[in-house]
Design a protein around this ligand. Sequence first.
Ligand SMILES: NC(=O)c1ccc[n+]([C@@H]2O[C@H](COP(=O)([O-])OP(=O)(O)OC[C@H]3O[C@@H](n4cnc5c(N)ncnc54)[C@H](OP(=O)(O)O)[C@@H]3O)[C@@H](O)[C@H]2O)c1
Length: 300
Amino acid sequence: MIKRRILIVGCNGLLGQALAENFSRNRGDELLLASVEEKFVGDSNFTYVQLDISKRSETKKVVLDFFPDIVINAAAYTNVDGCEDNKELAWNINVSGVKYLVEGCRVVDAKLIHLSTDFVFDGMKGPYNELDKPNPISYYGRSKLGSENEIKIGGIPFAIIRTNVIYGIQKGVKKDFVQWVVENLRIEKQINVATDQMNNPTFVNDLVDGILLTLEKKRTGIYNIGGIELISRYDFAVKIAEVFDLDKILINPILTSQLKQKAKRPLNGGLIILKAQTELNYQPHSLEENLKHIRRNFGS
Ligand SMILES: NC(=O)c1ccc[n+]([C@@H]2O[C@H](COP(=O)([O-])OP(=O)(O)OC[C@H]3O[C@@H](n4cnc5c(N)ncnc54)[C@H](OP(=O)(O)O)[C@@H]3O)[C@@H](O)[C@H]2O)c1
């Protein structure tokens, strides 16, 4: 097998860490990990470089020095409400940062695999397929659509992977929904969860599998990679309580509007994964299997 040079950007995040672990375990590729923090939060044997993608010269230098065949961008400003308050920062990272990665990829002839979201849609008629017309209703969604557009006009080979509600446990990242539910119910604290937000939550390991399949099959264009079940956030919380043997009575059903969040959320969101299933043979595990896996492995 020819050794590929792979740059993973945003390696300290929920997805980035899972990608780093996977590539290090299974493949003979040459890896370079990069993220905005001083150090990699995982195994110190990895080669890591500090990189703020919103800085053009820094970003291009990292790409040109490493000369990758493939760049996987899992870096983003992902705080959806924060994006409403910090629009310039959100644009600098989520759009300009991606533009600088594209510029680097163009010089070294690398393929860019980039992560996007169902938040590019308005949530009026989800779940969405790859051909549906985006219409973001939050600044985060606008910036992620901006990132997609930078890539499409960038003149490089690319795959845009849209996903939604990633769950999984990693070091030092913001708690995912599963951990939040489990930790609260364990101390018998009531939680309010929306009944009117629909998604197909995506286990981070399934997402990594989907990304690897697009790479192995040398696919380009947009692919939706998500979980199998389209489910409300409330039903997701109930499922978590069941698998972790916790008291679901503590979960209060409410409407999204009652949460008074700064950014609007697409309500009928989620992604149709048929293209990935048929073209890539993407086979995500069921929610129950994944939650049991998390319970076994992380004891949370
Ligand atoms: N999580 C979800 O439910 C979800 C759903 C749909 C799509 N996505 C997309 O999937 C991708 C991965 O999401 P995730 O949940 O793994 O995100 P995450 O945990 O927030 O990780 C993102 C990583 O990027 C880093 N980063 C932020 N600004 C940077 C910069 N200027 N330069 C370099 N690195 C920077 C972050 O560092 P700091 O933490 O220090 O800022 C963090 O380590 C993102 O593109 C996201 O938009 C996520």
